[in-house]
Design a protein around this ligand. Structure first.
Ligand code: ATP
Ligand code: MG
Length: 179
């Protein structure tokens, strides 16, 4: 199974994030129920590895915090491949990310080399689907979006199934943030 840990966003925030998708081409928009903020991607795991990961995630100690979305961005530069809403930089979110990655390491999942950029994916783009100029116009129109606060009191282990029209995410376990 394919596993990742993420923040499940409150409905009000998901509704406001969906509104940012106005004006984007139709295909591969993240559906409202699928909007999430990934803390760590673990990839393929067997049942035993998943159990170890679950145990390690259960030992994560981190404090609840208020999440804010501040603006939008694109990955892929001149050939944008993904449009997102950005999380406002927050030490509590950064600490939670660190601890979730650390739990993954303890359970045998190597951490990715790339820098963590907390974001909510709004749309994936096929190559050439949107010109850089059109993406720039969307970024300009949505760049001032400020959405929040959303009180975050837990994080979730998700199982992702690809190969359908859109990915299917299932919640396997929830972990409370205390303190
Ligand atoms: P699709 O791959 O079909 O576009 P998806 O990316 O939402 O859908 P997954 O690939 O299973 O589904 O990824 C689940 C979550 O983990 C997503 O938030 C995705 O951005 C994130 N993710 C996937 N691969 C990585 C990776 N190598 N590094 C960091 N995050 C990743
Ligand atoms: Mg993916």
């Amino acid at each position: 199974m394919r596993l990742f840990a993420a923040l499940d966003l409150p409905e009000e925030m998901r509704e406001r994030l969906s509104a940012l998708q106005a004006g984007l081409p139709e295909g591969r928009l993240t559906t409202p129920e699928n909007l999430h903020l990934t803390l760590a991607f673990f990839g393929e795991a067997g049942a035993r590895e998943a159990e170890e990961l679950h145990a390690a995630l259960g030992r994560v100690k981190a404090a609840p915090f208020d999440l804010w979305i501040d603006g939008t961005g694109a990955f892929g530069g001149a050939k944008p491949r993904l449009l997102f809403a950005a999380a406002r930089p927050d030490p509590a979110l950064a600490r939670l990310h660190e601890k979730v990655e650390q739990a993954g390491r303890q359970a045998g999942f190597p951490n990715p080399a790339e820098r963590y950029r907390p974001h909510v994916t709004l749309k994936r783009l096929h190559p050439g689907e949107m010109s850089a100029a059109r993406a720039a116009r969307w970024l300009e129109a949505t760049g001032a979006a400020l959405i929040g606060p959303a009180r975050i009191g837990e994080f979730v282990l998700f199982r992702s199934t690809l190969g359908h029209a859109r990915p299917v995410y299932e919640k396997l376990a929830r972990y409370a943030l205390l303190g």
